[in-house]
Design a protein around this ligand. Structure first.
Ligand code: FES
Ligand SMILES: [Fe+2]
Length: 416
């Protein structure tokens, strides 16, 4: 059944006090910026999350901070501030803030500095650095939610890579794509072939053979996991067991036996933009050089489609005539971004006509809508905090099943 416009708004909108934005703000840590971008005493970065303009920075002692972008004095941007002596000093009149958000100096005030600074009204945000990312908690009060200790956050740096890029669409259509197994064999047909280098060892190629996977689900305290099952002949079934972790994480199994898994997540910049994050991680060994780990730009990769709507977003039809599936050879992510952008800034879910492959997408929506309704009713969303919540042992897994074998028995171990 198609979604009502009212539910589509409830699902997608995060700005200006929208319930979804408030729920996320209160109950989740937000990935804000790749940690490697921030240097001690280096430039602050402008970061926009849930429609709030912020700056992220690293103080002289290495601690990270997240502050409102506007100076609490008269609103100059702290992205322009001097970063020195463990503080961010506004360029305009010299007010200085520390990583906890205190104003520690207001040199143009003639009275008692300490008393004046102590009585300012300030937003204070929590910031932590984990897994190559600086995370922010923008909620009210002083009790941040449990940190999502996803399987990559405590790995050594050489076993993970982090890249991200801002995409000009609402975040939910990107979250849906991470739980949309049936698009992979179509949209990514050529990128899968290219990644496999023409060889047969890459299981992802099996998705090009069977375009209508059977989906089976299991609820989890953080969301759900599901198996996309593809019959590939000789009684064999290729099972991909991926996880949806509220509010936006897709944990995707490795394409090869000992390859890296992917955590794909799409965080709302505001209603009409999101930041797409790609984390590759391999608990078992260093990543070595991959397209992701070799990326020179943690803040702008993978590339967006190279054109605008008037020229079909830069699609290369000549390449398609030569056999490429999409005409977006830049990156697998570029193909996804082209789809999100072509769906519209906020996809209209009231006119969709869904099919049997869309069950996992529907469950993403259900989990988000259930959570926001619980929040609006004054409750802590069930999936945001419950005693069984354990992020550490989430393991996406892909494997060929023998005849009669149950995907649930693949366990949560390393990818088979
Ligand atoms: S506007 Fe920042 S110190 Fe005046
Ligand atoms: Fe995709």
């Amino acid at each position: 059944m198609a979604m009502s416009s009212a539910d589509n708004d409830l699902l997608t909108r995060v700005e200006n006090g929208a319930a979804m934005g408030e729920m996320i703000r209160q109950h989740y840590w937000l990935p804000a910026i790749p940690a490697a971008l921030l240097e001690a005493d280096g430039r602050p970065y402008r970061v926009r999350l849930l429609g709030t303009d912020l700056v992220a920075w690293r103080a002289s002692d290495g601690a990270v901070g997240i502050l409102d972008e506007r100076c609490p004095h008269r609103g100059a941007s702290l992205a322009l501030a001097r970063n020195q002596d463990n503080g961010l000093r506004c360029l305009y009149h010299g007010w200085k803030r520390n990583v906890r958000g205190d104003v520690v100096e207001a040199p143009n005030h003639g009275g008692d500095q300490a008393t004046f600074c102590a009585h300012l009204r300030l937003n204070r945000y929590h910031a932590v650095e984990r897994g190559g990312i600086v995370w922010a908690w923008l909620g009210r009060g002083d009790n941040p939610p449990r940190f999502p200790e996803l399987p990559f956050v405590d790995l050594p740096a050489e076993r993970r890579s982090v890249t991200s890029v801002e995409v000009p669409t609402n975040w939910v259509q990107a979250v849906e794509a991470s739980m949309d197994s049936s698009h992979v064999g179509v949209l990514h047909e050529s990128t899968s072939q290219i990644a496999a280098g023409g060889g047969g060892g890459n299981q992802r190629l099996l998705m090009n053979q069977a375009l209508a996977p059977k989906l089976e689900f299991e609820d989890r305290p953080y969301g759900y996991r599901y198996a996309a099952l593809r019959a590939i002949g000789d009684g064999q079934v290729y099972a991909r067991v991926n996880h949806f972790v509220m509010p936006w994480y897709g944990l995707i199994c490795a394409p090869t036996a000992d390859g890296p898994s992917t955590a794909f997540f799409s965080t709302p910049v505001d209603d009409s933009r999101h930041r797409a994050w790609f984390v590759h991680f391999n608990p078992g060994r260093p990543l070595g050089m991959t397209v992701m780990s070799a990326s020179p730009d943690l803040w702008n990769f993978p590339p967006l489609p190279p054109g605008r709507a008037e020229d079909n977003w830069g699609q290369n039809r000549d390449l398609m005539r030569r056999g490429h599936a999409t005409g977006f050879p830049q990156h697998l992510g570029t193909e996804d971004f082209a789809m999100f952008i072509s769906q519209g800034v906020i996809a209209d879910r009231s006119t969709e006509q869904l099919c049997s492959a869309d069950g996992a997408v529907l469950r993403v929506r259900q989990a988000l809508l259930r959570s926001v309704r619980e929040f609006v009713a004054g409750n802590v969303p069930t999936l945001a905090d419950n005693p069984a919540l354990d992020y550490r042992n989430i393991r996406p897994v892909g494997a060929l099943l023998a005849p009669g074998e149950d995907w649930r028995n693949l366990g949560g171990g390393t990818p088979a």
